[in-house]
Write a new protein. Sequence first.
Lengths: 195, 195, 195, 195
Amino acid sequence: MRRIPKQKRSKQRVAAILDAAEALFAVEGYEQTTTNAIAARADVPIASLYQYFENKEGVAQALIDRYVARMVDLHEQTFAVDVTALPLDTLLDQMIDPFVRFHLESPAFGHLMLGADLSNELAEATARMDEAVIAQINGLITAQRPDIAPERALHMARLAKAVVKALFALVEQHPDQAEVLVAETKRMFRAYLES
Amino acid sequence: MRRIPKQKRSKQRVAAILDAAEALFAVEGYEQTTTNAIAARADVPIASLYQYFENKEGVAQALIDRYVARMVDLHEQTFAVDVTALPLDTLLDQMIDPFVRFHLESPAFGHLMLGADLSNELAEATARMDEAVIAQINGLITAQRPDIAPERALHMARLAKAVVKALFALVEQHPDQAEVLVAETKRMFRAYLES
Amino acid sequence: MRRIPKQKRSKQRVAAILDAAEALFAVEGYEQTTTNAIAARADVPIASLYQYFENKEGVAQALIDRYVARMVDLHEQTFAVDVTALPLDTLLDQMIDPFVRFHLESPAFGHLMLGADLSNELAEATARMDEAVIAQINGLITAQRPDIAPERALHMARLAKAVVKALFALVEQHPDQAEVLVAETKRMFRAYLES
Amino acid sequence: MRRIPKQKRSKQRVAAILDAAEALFAVEGYEQTTTNAIAARADVPIASLYQYFENKEGVAQALIDRYVARMVDLHEQTFAVDVTALPLDTLLDQMIDPFVRFHLESPAFGHLMLGADLSNELAEATARMDEAVIAQINGLITAQRPDIAPERALHMARLAKAVVKALFALVEQHPDQAEVLVAETKRMFRAYLES
DNA sequence: CATGAATGAGGCTTCATTCAT
DNA sequence: CATGAATGAAGCCTCATTCAT
């Protein structure tokens, strides 16, 4: 971000811009959304947008930052207790439910994390986050099933993350069947981990 | 298509355009790819591209048609034998392997089928294909596990399809670990279906 | 015209092209009509069109020629008798009616003669034709009213021709009221010439 | 219009664009005039033109609006006095002279109002204006000649309007003989109305 | 000769971004 | 600082016309 908003009014403006961007990215996609459209929807002159953001990607970046912060919160809450001690059922609930909820509440998340053709820098940041998540899942798997070889556990973690992503997409497509689909995914994971 | 190529020369050109489009859609995505870039890569004047294709979406459409034709072939081969009689392991091999191979050989397939914001008509075609695939998976699940309620089987099929899609993305991202990831996915499905 | 059609089939083709052009010029206008559209409507390959006509204007030219030929016929018929001897009423009938009829039967005539931005050469041809018509009208006025100064008669002739053109446009706009409007115009001319 | 100019600078630009468009529409016609040519003639980047106008038709529309405003002024001035009380000679002077002057000062007026193939919306606006003018003429005729049947008066009004239009075209073609031609037209109308 | 194929030039329009008041 | 205005670069697409089989 180009200039950090200090006064209350500026903060509101920046928030308005991000909200507008979120809504537009969600329904139109990143490439299809124009900076002018964002500014118009936020009811802010385009020049003001560029006072706070370097460029279009900067807006996406800030939006991602907002998402990441919430994600970090979620992680901290999730791992506040000793998850390794939990029974598998409860563990799966705790690992999956909050993230599904988060996904449903963050309309542009999917588009930005998956669809958008962002710059290298951003892509790398995303990749780092991905790896962190995978490491965490990996730890959980190892804790649950110490008998599994570390290498294999890593592949399992990768697959698990990919499946959860797929679940997100599925839930977005059929929001009314969210619960059943989530339940089914948990069953699948459970069978997988107990096999 | 605007004009059907009759002479050999023009057939080659159309193929060259489609190949160029495939390569570009694969690395840049649909929206980011310009018709000029396609024409340039195919070493064809832009006006020639428009002799054969209505517009950019027409090119994508033709590419999809090419994919769909190959897909149909695959399906027919896969279901030439009575798959319901196969043991689960073999069944999973036969259902997943050819499609993974197909996916690896069709660079733009994922982008076009998932990412692109194509027109309604195209989106509907894709949706129809999706439903057909899900129905087929549904049939297999029911054959393997007649005890599962039809409703649940449908959800399982949906999930399975989503997971395979996720697997494709994963394999694309880590092509060197394709085999292990595929194997892991099969294990997961196996555990799931036997649970 | 580039090549004069000698065989029957070629003649039919040329006629088909001209018919197509006439229809399209009439409803779309000259500029808006594309050579490809003409060829398509005539069910003739575009390259064939260019075997018979130099370019788009060449088609218009040929169409105009066809019109001019019919016009000349009309003129000859009209002036076959000694019109100067006719009573004014009959004269007006004979001067106006056939041309209104001609106009109604020649859909593209108005567009080509008035609207189209044709080349100098063509415009000059049109202008020459105009002058010939004006001279003829001039003659009639002088015959009817020898007392009018030649200079003024020329202006009257010019005006008369313009009014008839306006009448054409009017009739095209309200074809159902053609007769009344024509009658009204004749009345006006009559009053004018008798004043 | 896409954006309403507020600062002086932008108002001048918009005026420059309209002036350029007027000049080009007048000599080339609407279809033949390109937005690039307008922008170039106004010495304005093409993107700036599109800041203020939706598209080419938007430019024409704005130009027409400018004309219509002047026309309305003219009408109001013309009908400020009780025209029905005037002697026919004076009436004709007042009805025709200002409009001929207006026409001579508005180079693109004829092209836009008559020749251009504008969209339905615009065409309807033109048609409505036409009808208003005809109604007004109709009223004058009825005032002058209460003995004429209302139906016939309407036809006379239509014809009169068409003739005036024809006069405009004529005057544009022979600007040096404008006065004589106008005088002749008045004579014709006078004879017509007194017959 | 007939015609399927080819194309340079150019038209309309948008967009991310910067300038200047 | 806020913002109305400005714009280079580029994208999509068409068309009159010619080439080459």
